[in-house]
Design a protein around this ligand. Structure first.
Ligand SMILES: C[S@@+](CC[C@H](N)C(=O)[O-])C[C@H]1O[C@@H](n2cnc3c(N)ncnc32)[C@H](O)[C@@H]1O
Length: 255
């Protein structure tokens, strides 16, 4: 149980973490981290990420995660972005818009259930020309083979895992797709924020261990070719260093 007390008269934030008291300058980096953590938890509860769209399609992400992904896509300039978990297709359209702006790259989206109205809207979208949709479970061997058959030797590949967020599924996805990731690129195990949401109103018992962050953490123990590393911010005139994110510990970089 954490208690935050914000005193705007003295400009002090007091963090009481189960009896361990920390007194912080309200306008400090530590205070920003503590407040942001609670902001993410409250926002997730209120479905804040379910309020955004990209060029007409709903995209279920925290905007900061999208901007950070854009920084990585622009730096890496992938030939192929593979995303498991399509939903309404907003993230695929987002990646397609980045690829179109860079005049490079295509997107493969995999989902176990692509509803007909979502498929129709994605296929009718002006940015659909760079997108291939594959319907099936992301860990089914025939789906993994189908994805792999679409990658040409030497292509720069970025993989984003945003489907079923259980530990077991994400671990299997990491095993299935990590060999496609090229040196300097990433496989991103999104939505590990679950580990900090178990005690929130919409949280689920078990999430503190059953989550993508732990799958990624354990995966790298036996795959030393990957390191968990938040991508460096290309622009930073602040003293801040940490993403405000739904994807803690998500970025597995192929070294
Ligand atoms: C969080 S949503 C994806 C959100 C989307 N990437 C976006 O940014 O808007 C998760 C999606 O994963 C899909 N999914 C669940 N289990 C799956 C599996 N085993 N294989 C592939 N997709 C799966 C669901 O059908 C759902 O559409």
């Amino acid at each position: 149980m954490t208690k935050l007390t914000i005193d705007t008269e003295t400009n002090i934030l007091t963090v009481d973490d189960g009896g361990a008291i920390e007194v912080l300058d309200l306008y400090s980096k530590g205070a920003f981290d503590a407040i942001s953590r609670q902001w993410v938890r409250v926002g997730w509860t209120l479905k804040y990420p379910y309020t955004f769209s990209w060029m007409g399609r709903p995209v279920i992400q925290l905007p900061e995660d999208m901007i950070r992904m854009q920084e990585v896509v622009f730096a890496i300039k992938p030939d192929v972005i593979i995303e498991t978990g399509v939903a309404h297709g907003g993230s695929l359209i987002y990646y397609s818009s980045l690829c179109k702006a860079m005049e490079k790259g295509r997107i493969i989206g995999v989902d176990i259930e692509i509803r007909s109205h979502n498929r129709a809207a994605i296929e009718a979208h002006p940015l659909n020309d760079r997108i291939t949709l594959i319907k099936g479970s992301s860990t089914a061997p025939e789906i993994v083979s189908q994805v792999k058959s679409l990658i040409k030797p030497g292509e720069v590949v970025l993989v984003i895992l945003d489907s079923n967020h259980s530990y077991a599924h994400v671990y299997s996805e990491l095993e299935a797709y990590s060999d496609l990731v090229t040196t300097g690129s990433y496989i991103v195990a999104t939505d590990g924020i679950m580990h900090d949401l178990e005690d929130t109103p919409r949280g689920v018992p078990g999430w503190s261990t059953d989550n993508p962050t732990f799958a990624a953490r354990d995966f790298v123990k036996t795959h030393p070719e990957f390191v968990i590393e938040q991508p460096a911010w290309p622009f930073n005139e602040s003293t801040l260093e940490q993403n405000i994110t739904h994807w803690p510990g998500a970025w597995l970089k192929k070294a």
